[in-house]
Design a protein around this ligand. Sequence first.
Ligand SMILES: [Zn+2]
Length: 301
Amino acid sequence: MPEQPRIIDCHTHLMWYPDHLSEQYAEEALAAKLVKLKRSGGLAYSANLDKHVYDAKPDDHWRVSRDVHKVVVFGLQAKASGMWVPNEVIAEYAAAHPEKIEGWASVDPTQPDCREQLDHCVKTLKLKGLKLGPVYQHFDPQDRSHWPLFRKCQQYGLPIMWHQGTTFPTAARLKWGLPLQLEDVAMDFPDLKMIIAHLGHPWETDVMVLIRKCPNVYTDISAVHYRPWRYWQALVTAMEYGVEHKILPGSDFPSGTMDNIVSGLRNVNRVVEGTALPKIPAEVQDMILYENWKAFFPQWA
Ligand SMILES: [Zn+2]
C-alpha cells in the first residue's frame, strides 16, 4: 500500500468561554455561528448551541488532531476585543504532545510590555511562532512603532500568523485588516516568515498579489469553504497569478476541522459545475493539502 500523504494544520486555537472570552464576544460569536448554520441548512444543530459554541479545550483539540501530522496551536490576546488566552495554556498543551503539537504565542502590540512577553514566550514557554490580529488588537501593522516587535520575531526565527481579513465582532476595526498593510513589514523584514489567515477574505485578490512578490509570505485556507463562491474565485486567482504553491492547509479549529477543510477543498468546483468556467485541478488541491507546507515547515517534511 502506498503511504498515505501527510497533512499538517497551520492554524488552530485553544480558547473557552468564559475564561478567555468576554460576554459580548461570546454572544456575537454565537450569533455569527447561527448565520453560518442557517446558510448551510444545518440549523437543527443550533438547539445545542450556546456561548460555548467556540470552546476548544485541549482534549477536543487532541481528538481532532488524530490524523494530522503536525499542528500549530495558538490563543489570541486582544484586549480591545475581549479575547485573552494566556500563553501558558498553549505552552502546557504543546509540551504534553511535543511529537505533534507546536505552540505559538500571542502578544497584544498595544500593551507596553508586549516585547518582554514575547521574550518570555520564547525563552521560558518555548513557543515557536506569533499570532497577531490587528483587527482585534486595534493596531496599524504599518506603524513603525511596532518594528521592534517584528525585528524580534525575525531574530528569533518566529513565523507570524496574521489574521488579516474581516471578522464579525462589533469591537473589531476592519480598517487594520487589509492584507496590503503587510507589504512594508514583509519588505523591511525579508527573512520573517508570515502566513495570512483565511486567504485574507474578502480581500483574497490582494493576498494573491502580495504573496506573489513577497517570497516569505504565504496564506492559509482555513475557514473559507463556508463561502464557496469566494473560495473558488480566490483559487482561480491564485492560479492565474501563479501562487498556488504558497497556500497552506489550516482548519481554524474550533471553527472547522481538517476533515471539513479537506472536503471543502475537494468540493470547491461544485459551485461552477456544468459551466465552462475554469476548475481547480485535483493536482492543485493535492499540492495545497499535502505538499506546499514542506516549504514553510521544512523541519516537518
Ligand atoms: Zn483563527
